[in-house]
Design a protein around this ligand. Structure first.
Ligand code: CAA
Length: 240
């Protein structure tokens, strides 16, 4: 039997590609989603991957949902914290609500996802925790004070958990995608998107599958000595 992998926000965008890649690699995958029932039903139908609905921003919902996944599929050994949202606005226009929505989902949501699973990973002495951060957590971004703060925060979580997990067989790593051709990036006004693509030396947006392959590598048994690291996949747009 394959290992059980949980992918939050796993039915759309980059998460969808990750869920499909992990399934193709032999994992038993559980994909979570927050609201889009139609997309989730379609995803399950076409991929055969089970979906679970909960809001990662809510600790109790995450705990209950995770317990259900583990009861149905077995202990979760690979966690991909991918669920994320944007509420872009120049800072002088950003509302406290826009700030809190993004912090609650993208940052607290990561805590809510890994915290209930962590004790089991420690007991079993194996775990792979992968966070989908962002190029914009590395370099900052106009109109994304909220989002960039969460994506930088993700890197702090990973570097800290790596130090705690290393002695008990758990790795924690991040992938920082650049601009990838998903709904999130396609929502950026076309003129701005074109100017962003102009700043990518590769001359194109990335593909979700290119991020999924990074995740699959970090999830594998072979990557045990890679811990607290960040893989940047951004077409040479930014170097740390
Ligand atoms: N760089 C420089 N200037 C930018 C900019 C950017 N990335 N984005 C917007 N601006 C400028 C606009 O050109 C405009 O300038 P002018 O006033 O001189 O014309 C100004 O900022 C916008 O001012 P407005 O008051 O009109 O702003 P608004 O309240 O209408 O908000 C916006 C517009 C929501 C900020 C919109 O411009 C936008 O969506 N910008 C893109 C932000 C962005 O890049 N987000 C990344 C999303 S993808 C992602 O997050 C995935 C990932 O991890 C990579």
């Amino acid at each position: 039997m394959g290992r059980v992998a949980l992918v939050t926000g796993g039915s759309r965008g980059i998460g969808k590609a990750i869920s499909k890649k992990l399934k193709a690699d032999g994992y038993i995958v559980a994909a979570t989603y927050a609201g889009n029932d139609d997309a989730a039903a379609n995803f399950s139908e076409t991929t055969g991957i089970k979906t679970y609905k909960w809001n990662v921003a809510n600790y109790e919902s995450s705990k209950v949902g995770i317990a259900q996944v583990e009861a149905e599929l077995g202990p979760i050994e690979v966690v991909v914290a991918n669920a994320g949202i944007t509420r872009d606005a120049p800072f002088h226009k950003m509302t406290p609500e826009q700030w809190h929505d993004v912090i609650d989902t993208n940052l607290t949501g990561v805590f809510n996802t890994i915290h209930p699973i962590w004790p089991g990973m420690r007991e079993r002495k194996f775990g792979r925790f992968i966070v989908i951060s962002s190029i914009n957590g590395q370099k900052g971004q106009f109109a994304q004070v909220n989002y960039a703060a969460t994506k930088s925060g993700d890197l702090g979580i990973v570097k800290s958990l790596a130090q705690e997990g290393a002695r008990v067989g758990i790795t924690a790593n991040a992938v920082c995608p650049g601009y990838i051709g998903t709904e999130m990036v396609l929502a950026v006004p076309e003129k701005i998107r074109e100017s962003i693509i102009g700043q990518i030396p590769a001359g194109r947006l990335g593909e979700p599958e290119e991020i999924a392959r990074c995740v699959a590598f970090l999830a594998s048994d072979d990557s045990g000595f890679i811990n607290g690291s960040t893989i940047s996949a951004n077409g040479a747009q930014f170097f740390v």
